[in-house]
Design a protein around this ligand. Structure first.
Ligand code: SF4
Length: 280
């Protein structure tokens, strides 16, 4: 059979989309183009800003510094409360421009000279979907002494993750909820995120974790206790950020009471050295 007419499997994330010729994956960023999986979002930029590193959030990695932060479009999860749905659930129509790996390196170096940036954070939408771009640009940045930071949902298979990790300095990984059912509701896979966190820690990457606390989704102390125990089993000095949810996108549940966040901070703090509250 002609390869160009066959279905192709994208092995990047746990969805494992089998794509007919011309068909896009669930993330909207990858397509079967004449028998190969092609990244539509390669080098496509929707936002570029110089942010404090604490905004990622990373509190224990180069504190007080600034980092050039870049977003593209698309996501392989479908969280009904997405804070960045204007780019994560959209396509090429939201693109502002294109940057080759060399272009981005040059902008990063200029921003380092003129704005004191320490490197580039791939953030705002799900950066791992731009996998081929990351594999090219991250080594270029590191050769020039620039830091490479990923802010990610961790939904990537172990093999492609393993190729990328040597080029990454720090990650903030969402641990959105500590249950398989919760991840299913958000269109993701619980085992995969745990594997990504564990592999990144094992690889010596600086890792911080974020849980957006949503009423009736992940605000039970017992669930937080399980989460904190699991993080501790990797390393009790991994910082955990408990972020306050506000109604966004399709979810209309009221904002998380601060008292709930404080309670969960106390619970997690029994097991972990650093538990921070965000968005409060
Ligand atoms: S990266 Fe996109 S196309 Fe590939 S398996 Fe995941 S959702 Fe499907």
């Amino acid at each position: 059979m002609n390869k160009a007419a066959e279905k192709m499997e994208c092995g990047l994330c746990p969805h494992g989309c089998r794509l007919a010729p011309g068909q896009k994956g669930l993330c909207g960023t990858r397509i079967n183009q004449e028998g190969t999986i092609h990244s539509i979002s390669y080098g496509q930029i929707t936002s570029l800003a110089l942010d404090p590193i604490e905004k990622k959030p990373l509190y224990h990695f180069c504190p007080g510094s600034y980092i050039l932060s870049l977003g593209s479009f698309g996501c392989n999860m479908k969280c009904p409360f997405c804070q960045n749905h204007e780019i994560s659930q959209k396509g090429m129509e939201v693109v502002q421009g294109q940057l080759s790996p060399a272009d981005l390196r040059d902008i990063a170096l200029k921003t380092a000279r003129e704005g004191g940036s320490i490197g580039v954070a791939f953030t705002y939408n799900e950066p791992l979907l731009n996998y081929e771009y990351l594999l090219e640009v991250a080594p270029l940045l590191k050769e020039c002494g620039q830091k490479v930071v990923l802010v990610t949902n961790g939904q990537i298979m172990e093999k492609p993750l393993g190729r990328l990790l040597p080029h990454v300095d720090a990650m903030n990984i969402d641990l959105k909820v500590f249950s398989e059912d919760g991840y299913k509701w958000m269109g993701g896979d619980f085992t995969t995120v745990k594997n990504t966190i564990a592999a990144s820690v094992r690889a010596g990457i600086h890792v911080e974790l974020t849980t957006l606390v949503i009423p009736e989704v992940n605000d039970e102390p017992a669930m937080m206790e399980e989460e904190a125990k699991w993080i501790r089993s990797l390393d009790k000095s991994i910082p955990l950020h408990l972020s306050r949810y506000f109604p966004r996108y399709r979810l209309r549940t009221e904002a998380t009471p601060i008292t709930v966040l404080e309670k969960l901070q106390t619970v997690a703090g029994k097991y972990l050295d650093y538990v921070y509250l965000g968005n409060v």
